[in-house]
Design a protein around this ligand. Structure first.
Ligand code: BG6
Length: 523
């Protein structure tokens, strides 16, 4: 057991030089949301665009066109539906009053089934009409808030209707960009097929692949922490780091997404994208500039340095019934639209090795799961113990190793654990934790990752979006694991109770390396 005593808050002091000192304003544009009636658009995209508008991050003039199958409704009816959606999201009535007049009048609606060519002709007509009302229009953004299986077809139709044209030079105006969401394909082969289709009709600089983790504040701060502080970078290597733990643990189950999750499972849902992104940002070399290609070049090098995982050592799990926060919850197999004998994993723990000069021999333990004891996403860097222990710890306890933990959620922040002398005549050491929380330190409210990502897409900054070679390299890492698990039925599913810390085999994975997982504690 290790001893961690006092928690000391860290304060924000002084002025910080920043890369982007004020909220940048994108050029005037038209944003088209295909699938505007869906969950993503209603829960994330529309509220994010409205928040951006209130914060001054929308262009001076813009239009948002929603496309959805079903009944044809007027723009007015669509606007009032969006107002209701925003009220149902975290937008207060005061916030709605402040901006709705100017925002609401810029919303338009086109009805139609995205499988038929007709809707694209109508959309084109509408886009052209609306575009002519915007002076100095800079571009069009098509956000595909749709099931991934529709991406290829919709991209093709956008191109054949003339809405999407290949733009060779990123500086050319008006620009035209397409935004898609992970998962990009179902495996490496389908991702490549999607990519080939996209490449036929647009350039790489026109395609924005969202992994919403990259829009999170702490994820971006990882780069600042690493590359704006010499104290961390000098110890950020195999000489000082014993291992790295990356955890994404959720208390939520699959909610109403049983059908999707049955096909995806935890590896496609979390590992291929979010978790490997966290790993690359933790392990990458300093880029030559904080710009799209230099950052993504370094990330892809990390992915390529990951040694093929021996699938037999990876741990998979599926939750059974249990209790979370005093409430009894069903097991995965009892969830809506999930097979009663489902083999889909809802938990995985994998040990990765990054075979390069910086990280050779340092294990990266990565785990993610649903219905666990606590909701917490973090990256923890555990440093080696001093070579010789001169000071005794409190009775029965070992001195704690230094751990730098980056909390992505909840309570975004950073904590550092180190040892100090216990006051008094005896010479005894004890661990303390210095804790920095964004909300308390800066007094700012969280903003959703989608605000950052939509703003960047309008600005034309691809730094926080996945490039095609990253997507392919990430599939290359998880494909063998997926194939192995497809071929080998799990021995015992479900193998962890909802509300627990996951299957026992996950603990054994770390024990084999002489380590233990950080407890899944409520923050
Ligand atoms: C999504 C996954 O990409 O990320 C979900 O599909 C998961 O299954 C979610 O719950 C987690 O995101 P966040 O931002 O809540 O950590």
């Amino acid at each position: 057991m290790t001893a961690t005593a006092v928690v000391t808050p860290m304060k924000v002091t002084g002025e910080f030089p920043v890369v982007r000192s004020t909220m940048p304003k994108p050029g005037r544009c038209v944003v088209v949301i295909l699938g505007v009636g869906g969950d993503l658009a209603r829960r994330k995209l529309l509220p994010a665009l409205y928040h951006l508008f209130l914060d001054g991050g929308m262009p001076d003039d813009f239009a948002i066109i929603g496309v959805e199958r079903g009944a044809s409704i007027t723009d007015e009816a669509f606007r009032s539906g969006v107002a209701d959606t925003l009220t149902g999201a975290d937008i207060s009535s005061a916030q709605l009053q402040t901006g709705w007049g100017e925002f609401g009048k810029r919303l338009y609606y086109v009805a139609g089934d995205l499988g038929s060519a007709e809707v694209y002709a109508n959309l084109r007509k509408r886009v052209t009409e609306i575009s002519t009302t915007i002076v100095d229009l800079q571009g069009h953004l098509f956000h595909l808030a749709l099931p991934p299986s529709l991406y290829a077809g919709v991209i093709r139709q956008l191109a054949s209707s003339g809405l999407l044209t290949k733009v060779r030079d990123p500086e050319e105006r008006p620009w035209v960009r397409v935004v898609i969401e992970k998962p990009f394909g179902h495996d490496g082969a389908s991702a490549q097929a999607l990519q080939r289709g996209a490449r036929r009709v647009m350039a790489e600089h026109q395609l924005y692949r969202i992994d919403h983790y990259l829009g999170k504040e702490t994820v971006q701060n990882l780069l600042v922490l690493r590359f704006a502080n010499s104290i961390f970078e000098t110890v950020w290597n195999r000489h000082y780091v014993e291992h790295v733990q990356i955890t994404a643990s959720e208390t939520l189950g699959v909610e109403h997404r049983g059908k999707y999750y049955e096909e995806a499972g935890v590896v496609r849902d979390m590992f291929q994208n979010h978790l490997l992104q966290l790993l690359t940002l933790t392990a990458m070399e300093p880029p030559t500039a904080f710009a799209a290609d230099p950052v993504r070049d370094e990330k892809v090098k990390v992915l390529r340095a990951i040694r093929p995982v021996n699938p037999a050592t990876a741990v998979r799990g599926q939750y059974g019934p249990g209790r979370i926060d005093g409430v009894t919850v069903p097991g995965y197999r009892q969830e809506e639209r999930v097979a009663a004998d489902s083999r889909t994993p809802t938990f995985a723990a994998v040990q990765f090795a990054v075979e390069n000069w910086r990280w050779q021999g340092v294990p990266f333990f990565v785990r993610a799961g649903k219905r666990l004891a606590a909701g917490a996403t973090e990256i923890a860097i555990r440093f080696r113990r001093p070579p010789l222990m001169l000071f005794p710890a409190e009775e029965g306890e070992r001195l704690a190793p230094n751990v730098l933990a980056l909390r992505i959620q909840p309570r975004e922040g950073i904590s550092l654990c180190f040892n100090v002398k216990v006051p008094g005549m005896a010479m005894q050491a004890r661990a303390v934790e210095m804790d920095f929380a964004y909300a308390e330190g800066f007094g700012t409210e969280d903003h959703d990752a989608y605000e950052t990502l939509l703003l960047d897409a309008m600005l034309g900054d691809q730094t926080l979006f996945m490039r095609s070679d990253e997507v392919e390299a990430a599939w290359g890492i998880v494909d063998p694991l997926l194939a192995y698990w497809d071929a080998q039925a799990p021995e015992r599913f479900p193998n962890y109770a909802a509300g627990s810390s996951g299957p026992a085999a996950a603990d054994e994975l770390l024990a084999a390396a002489g380590a233990t997982w950080r407890p899944l504690a409520k923050q």
